[in-house]
Design a protein around this ligand. Structure first.
Ligand SMILES: [Zn+2]
Length: 460
């Protein structure tokens, strides 16, 4: 990355304006300067631009947190983030705009070819892993530095300065990916037999696998069988309604050759469920299939199918397995007419794939333009903590509340994805009580609760 282009600077400023009630008097004094000679400026606001191609992070403490600044301009840092000089100028000492752009635009995902087994950009090669900053909304801290500088400038020049917050406290967005609805599907039961025969790796102990295989067999042959443990939507709806939550449910159609998709949109029970959710003010959206992430035809087909079966175009989308190609998948989303995506998280770690706890527009680096579509960042998926990081429920709760504290600092948001398939007592004893208490505790922190659709309405 060389100097930021004009479009890239405008892009970062667009997001800065989510935090500040800008006035022309101040904006007209903005200058973007790639030299160290500021002698010709007076009463101006000078953003130093870095020409460095490579990241060369230095650390600063901002709001008592150690933050890496990716593109410092003065290598012998004077331990200063900005200063007012004798000519009434405000000088930003480092390139906060380029540092913010780096995270927000997702450019790191186009700069490396390393991918995991199913083509995803892996946490293990990310700058977040390298700098141990995945759970810090770094871009919010960069904007904080700029806002503190602007506030000082405005005080000095007796100009009014007002901040803006998206939420008074913080926003909470709960969502569910409905991959599967039958725990005792004959394929699941057959898979357990394969595991017992040593033909497939075990998910849990042999004893539990055997137990579930037998339960599955009895379930399948019993004509009076009860409800399947993955058909748990009444319980989910009742719990959320009791707590005043309305969440978003993303539906995944069956796709040949891809794992974990089992039903069709036209399935009678699914159609009824979608209707019930809509009638109760929940949001329903598309959980786009594995192969849709880089295939326009597939993306278009399932979007149209969703619209025709359920009688409405979905506002939001999330990719199955969070399989996402930057920037291609966003182009497909825009073409298909989505208002927002909410796929951007690292599968392997909770936190901020784009360093920001606000909704944002992604950037099309290849065409040097901001996408129209919004991204509502996915900040925590239960799977990342419990499966990939192998933490327990207490670890999940601690991680969630640390992220909520970050959101509260900036009037930002916390989002949580919880799969209906991870609410089975057979597999995860105690999960239902834990999950209900977790939601209760989050609601107890007094967030503004929204669906993706409602949030986009608030933003536009
Ligand atoms: Zn999925």
């Amino acid at each position: 990355m060389k100097l930021l282009t004009d479009n890239q600077i405008k892009y970062v400023l667009f997001h800065l304006l989510q935090h500040w009630q800008a006035n022309e008097e101040v904006l007209n004094r903005f200058y973007f300067v790639d030299k160290n000679d500021f002698s010709s400026y007076k009463n101006s606001i000078i953003f130093s631009l870095s020409e460095d191609e490579n990241i060369c992070p230095i650390e600063f403490s901002v709001l008592n947190k150690t933050i890496p600044i990716l593109f410092p301009c003065e290598k012998k840092a004077e331990n200063q983030l900005f200063e007012m000089d004798s000519a009434g100028n405000l000088l930003f000492k480092h390139d906060y705009l380029k540092s913010a752009f780096y995270f927000l635009s997702g450019i790191q995902e186009t700069e490396t070819k390393e991918r995991d087994a199913i083509g995803r950009f892996p946490y293990s090669v990310s700058i977040q892993k390298q700098l141990a900053c995945c759970t810090i909304p770094v871009v919010n801290y960069y904007f904080e530095i700029i806002l503190q500088g602007l506030e000082m400038f405005c005080q000095h020049h007796k100009i009014s300065f007002n901040r803006k917050y998206l939420f008074d406290n913080f926003g909470f967005f709960l969502s569910h990916d409905i991959d599967q609805t039958k725990f005792f599907h004959y394929r699941e039961t057959a898979h357990k037999l394969k595991q017992l025969l040593g033909l497939s790796p075990l998910n849990y102990s042999r004893k539990l696998t055997l137990n579930l295989f037998i339960k599955g067999l009895f379930y399948l042959i019993n004509p009076f069988r009860g409800k399947d443990p993955w058909w748990n939507f009444d319980e989910m709806i009742t719990l959320e309604k009791r707590l005043g939550i309305r969440s978003a449910f993303y539906f995944l159609r069956k796709e040949r050759g891809s794992i974990g998709s089992r039903y069709l949109f036209s399935n009678r029970k699914i159609k009824k469920l979608v209707k019930t959710l809509e009638n109760n003010d929940f949001e329903t959206g598309l959980h786009a299939t594995f192969f849709s992430a880089d295939n326009n035809e597939i993306m278009m087909h399932q979007t149209k199918e969703f619209s025709s079966v359920y009688g409405k175009m979905p506002h939001g989308i999330r990719q199955h397995f969070l399989r996402f190609f930057h920037p291609k998948t966003f182009r497909l989303h825009e073409k298909a007419g989505f208002r927002y995506d909410t796929s951007l998280a690292f599968v392997e770690h909770e936190g901020y794939r784009n360093g920001y706890c606000y909704p944002f527009h992604p950037y099309d680096v290849e065409n040097d333009r901001m996408f129209y579509i919004w991204e509502i960042p996915l900040i925590m998926m239960e799977q990342s903590i419990l499966h990939y990081r192998k933490l327990d429920f207490a670890g999940l709760e601690e991680a969630a509340f640390a992220l909520i504290e970050e959101a509260r600092k900036f009037g930002g948001m916390f989002s949580l994805l919880w799969h209906n398939s991870r609410l089975t007592e057979y597999e995860y004893p105690g999960v239902n009580i834990f999950y209900a208490q977790l939601l209760e505790k989050i609601v107890g922190k007094n967030p503004e609760i929204f669906t993706g659709k409602k949030l986009i309405e608030k933003l536009c």
